[in-house]
Write a protein that binds this ligand. Sequence first.
Ligand code: IDP
Length: 140
Amino acid sequence: MAIERTFSMIKPDATRRNLTGAITKVLEEGGLTVVASRRVWMSQREAEGFYAVHKERPFFGELVESMSSGPTVVQVLQGENAIARNRELMGATNPADAAEGTIRKSFALSIGENSVHGSDAPETAAEEIKYWFSETEIVG
Ligand code: IDP
């Protein structure tokens, strides 16, 4: 199986509730290794840039507002099929639809405040990692 890297964020709704450790524990116990990690309070402009793909969606304003409302932990995760594995550990976007034992089922407050982000494909993983990290900050 392929060793991949993916990009992950622990969102402000979760850092505010001191869930950084609990969420990272699920990721690590799920077979992923944190190979880069940094806490950032993103500006509205950074949040708009990161989520540019969603700019026409009705929830865009709410999303940017929420992502710049407090600290976020940006991470690079590495492991076998890391992109799909992380999405599995995260659970569905809406916590009401998320499977038992997933991060969103355990911790998310709502579809907007859903505690984590994870890249959905190899191209987006590469772009998102590059948006937040330089190659020297990633120690695999
Ligand atoms: P994902 O995070 O599971 O990949 P996406 O559809 O890519 O889900 O949406 C990106 C983020 O936008 C979600 O994680 C969530 O925070 C927010 N979002 C998506 N749909 C809604 C909505 O209907 N209302 C408010 N926020 C939403």
